[in-house]
Design a protein. Structure first.
Length: 157
């Protein structure tokens, strides 16, 4: 019941402080108020102030389509971050969908997408916030002019 102990101590400190300022600054009230310190306001059994939790990871996802909005499954998606240690590769599923989860907040990140018969597509820089689910909605690959035929899969949804 750590929260209850913390709450009771905080209420007690507030009460002493109000009493000290509200009764003409009596010596007894001032003495009691001065004995309350930051350490008295910590949860029971805690040696120091609690720290904020690490910011939650972010997620980046999207669906790969062509200019007509037809899905492009099997596209290769590469995620690169400003930190050279961030380099991940995925393949779009049968619905053209991809997802990079567990990303460190910040950036900038860039996505590069390539598929047989299409020109590569690169996103603008993306900065992620803690816990953010960032969906890229404008991924439209152009047919590569040097290719004579392309197989496109259409969704029946």
């Amino acid at each position: 019941m750590r929260h209850h102990s913390f709450f009771a101590t905080a209420v007690l400190a507030a009460s002493i402080s109000i009493t000290a300022s509200g009764q003409g600054s009596s010596a007894a009230a001032q003495s009691a108020a001065s004995q309350v310190s930051a350490n008295n306001l910590l949860p029971a059994g805690s040696a120091s102030m609690p720290t904020a939790p690490d910011p939650g990871p972010a997620e980046l996802n999207g669906t790969v389509t062509d200019l007509n909005g037809d899905l492009i499954p099997g596209a290769t998606i590469v995620l690169d971050g400003a930190d050279s240690s961030v380099h991940q590769t995925q393949v779009a599923n049968d619905s053209g969908f991809f997802q990079f989860a567990g990303l460190k907040p910040g950036g900038p990140y860039r996505i590069t997408i390539s598929a047989n018969g299409f020109e590569s597509w690169t996103s603008p820089p993306i900065t992620l916030n803690a816990g953010q689910f960032f969906g890229i909605t404008d991924i439209k690959l152009k047919v590569d002019a040097g290719v004579s035929s392309v197989t496109v899969y259409s969704s029946t949804e």
